[in-house]
Design a protein. Structure first.
Length: 256
């Protein structure tokens, strides 16, 4: 029986077999749609894509999901595992359960990379099967990656948007996208910021709302300052929150 969210589990260097949802799934509200996604994992480490920017975390072939099938949780867990074709891998620190469609049910957000065309951001949904419902275009070149940041309503239209950094080691561009049909449509883009260093197994920063709308929290390009970025009209505007120091990101995300 599967009732509660699984605790986060991570890879072990030299013995990695899977990496699971980082953090718990949000609790279902009254009248939630069934089945309710509870946990997602990447598995099937592969060496078919040699790009290695995540501190030894391997690339993966499989995405699996477990879901709560009933309100009383007295039935066995439901779920599915899918395998990517030979031309693709999952290249990420773990799948995320985020509501990015505004239906109050979590979707799965994860980075996929094509062996020739590089990374893209993808959104998967689970009803009776795992289905890829929206994507960004691939960056366009092998060994080029993007780092998801968080989700929030950046343009104040009542719908969630996704923030990520396009090529955090090279282009260092914050991008805001939203789900429209089967695409993740770009709303705004701004350079000069980043959320990941080559070789680190974590993605830094996130998205906060301290009462004045969604803000992306990340570093400036040389990792000397913590930045808060918001949308004003159709453009992104950044301001410094001060020098980058220990706990700077967690303090900023807690609105301190």
């Amino acid at each position: 029986m599967f009732c509660a969210p699984l605790s986060a589990q991570t890879w072990a260097q030299g013995a990695a077999s899977f990496i699971e949802t980082k953090g718990a799934s949000p609790a279902p509200a009254a009248g939630y749609r069934l089945p309710w996604p509870q946990s997602a994992r990447l598995s099937g480490p592969t060496d078919r894509y040699s790009h290695d920017v995540l501190g030894g975390i391997p690339r993966w072939t499989d995405l699996g999901l477990r879901a709560q099938p009933c309100a009383t949780c007295d039935q066995a867990a439901t779920g599915q595992t899918i395998r990517l074709p030979e031309t693709l891998v999952f290249e990420d620190t773990g799948p995320r359960l985020w509501d990015v469609t505004g239906d109050a049910t979590p979707e799965i957000v994860v980075v996929e990379s094509d062996l020739r065309k590089g990374a893209r951001l993808t959104v998967w949904s689970y009803d009776t099967s795992l289905t890829r419902i929206a994507v960004t275009p691939h960056i366009g070149r092998a060994n080029r990656w993007l780092a998801p940041l968080g989700v929030g309503d950046f343009n104040a239209d009542g719908q969630p948007d996704i923030a990520y950094v396009d090529r955090p080691h090279l282009a260092r561009e914050l991008v805001i996208v939203t789900v429209k049909g089967k695409r993740l449509v770009e709303l705004a883009r701004m350079g000069g910021v980043t959320n990941h260093r080559i070789g680190e197994s974590v993605i830094s920063g996130g998205v906060r709302n301290c009462g004045q709308g969604a803000e992306a929290i990340l570093a400036n390009a040389d990792w000397s300052e913590v930045m808060a970025v918001r949308m004003e009209g159709a453009r992104l505007v950044a301001r410094s929150l001060g020098p980058l120091a220990r706990n700077s990101f967690s303090r900023a995300l807690a609105c301190r």
